[in-house]
Design a protein around this ligand. Structure first.
Ligand code: GDP
Ligand code: ZN
Length: 379
């Protein structure tokens, strides 16, 4: 197997004929130069497919195969896969698949390709990057950003600004009391999650303040729609282990009105995390949303908390009225049964949604919250 790898490496050297790696200090210097000057010209000529293959090939083996290292010293110059935890200006913090944290700049070729985005690389991106630990250069170079799913963004001055990418879950936190539970607000976040195809998890915190039976009707409504509902209490520890397991399932963005216990919950899940969430509610942080970027905080038990202090200011609410019904999971099956194709399900006489409410198939409160959201009442 090692033999096969060596052969592929030889190809790598040949393809890079314009700048041969001679295995001495000059080569190392050349490697640095490649990184700092971003001299992608030769690579462009060699074609993208080849580039990709070279990166992949050089990737795994350098730290896995010490024998190979002895034969071809330039194997330290290898490409790796990882995830962008945060972006600061032109550089980003990347967590390699093996857990190593590497600070990276972005290859100029990538930067020039991005014409409509402020940053080519965003927190949450999966990337391939180049990093030569032996070169003395502490920075890696991001060479490729993988296609994104579930992007949260805001627009400013006609441009889309990406906040975070590849969001797996939206943890929608409400409190059973203090402040009292606001199901309509939960519905609003559910719509945003559905719209962005992010899996919602509903978390009703401060469960210690009410009787469990009081929460059952609401929990039932959401559970029947297929949503996961957690009852938690930071005070008693109820549901915290379950929450930790749920959070291990991906990168979670946390939303909910202030005071419901978001920071307390996360701190209970992972005491050393140091969330910034709490800071935002203080008045002194008002101007902050202009500069704040999201960051992914890796959790010890797996998964990430997406720390986005500005997420509420960013106003994720960019839905048009006609899209709202499609984001109500329970309403959705009835929508196509309405008499009028452009039915708003609010005032029309023959409406399958309204019939379903009348017949008890749809929760009346859900339907009311739909009407509110559709009318533009956001909270
Ligand atoms: P955030 O604004 O959503 O981040 O809310 P915080 O985490 O700052 O919590 C707001 C207040 O609620 C704090 O005083 C917490 O101590 C309190 N709190 C948080 N979780 C619970 C809980 O499960 N039960 C009770 N009784 N109080 C809680
Ligand atoms: Zn209708």
């Amino acid at each position: 197997m090692a033999k096969k790898r060596n052969k592929i490496r030889a190809d790598f050297r040949k393809n890079r004929g314009a700048r041969p790696r001679t295995g001495d200090l000059t080569r190392k210097f050349a490697a640095n130069e490649d990184k700092t000057n971003d001299a992608a010209l030769g690579e462009r000529l060699s074609g993208k497919g080849e580039l990709t293959r070279k990166r992949t090939v050089v990737g795994e083996e350098a730290h896995k195969d010490d024998g190979g290292f002895a034969v071809l010293p330039d194997l330290n110059l290898h490409s790796r896969h990882g995830r962008v935890l945060r972006v600061h200006g032109l550089s980003s913090t990347v967590q390699a698949d093996d857990g190593t944290i590497v600070r990276c700049v972005t290859r100029r070729l990538l930067r020039t390709m991005a014409t409509d985005q402020r940053h080519v690389v965003a927190a949450g991106d999966w990337v391939h990057f180049h990093f030569d630990a032996s070169s003395g250069v502490a920075e890696g170079v991001i060479e490729r950003v993988e296609p994104r799913r579930a992007v949260l963004s805001r627009s400013s001055r006609g441009r889309q600004h990406i906040i975070v990418t590849n969001v797996d879950q939206m943890l929608i936190v409400g409190s059973a009391a203090e402040p009292y539970l606001k199901p309509n607000l939960i519905d609003r976040f559910l719509v945003t999650a559905e719209q962005h195809r992010i899996r919602p998890v509903i978390c009703i915190n401060k469960a210690d303040l009410v009787e469990r039976a009081d929460l059952q009707p609401l929990v039932g409504v959401y559970s029947r729609m297929g949503y996961r509902v957690l009852l938690t209490s930071v005070r008693t520890g109820q549901g915290v282990d379950r929450l930790r397991r749920v959070m291990a399932g991906g990168a979670s963005v946390i939303v909910g009105q202030s005071g419901v216990g978001k920071s307390s919950l996360i701190n209970r899940v992972e005491p050393d995390l140091n969330l910034r969430v709490a800071e935002v509610s203080t008045e002194s942080q008002k101007g902050r949303h202009t500069t704040t970027t999201a960051q992914l905080l890796p959790l010890a038990g797996g998964g990430y908390v997406i720390d986005t202090p500005g997420i509420r200011q960013f106003q994720l609410w960019d839905i048009i009225a006609e899209e709202v019904a499609g984001c109500y999971r329970d309403l959705r099956p009835y929508v196509s049964l309405c008499k009028f194709p452009n039915c708003t399900h609010t005032h029309e006489a023959e409406c399958a949604v309204k019939d379903a409410v009348a017949d008890g198939h749809l929760d009346a409160r859900r339907y009311e919250s739909y009407c509110h959201l559709r009318a533009g009442d956001l909270e």
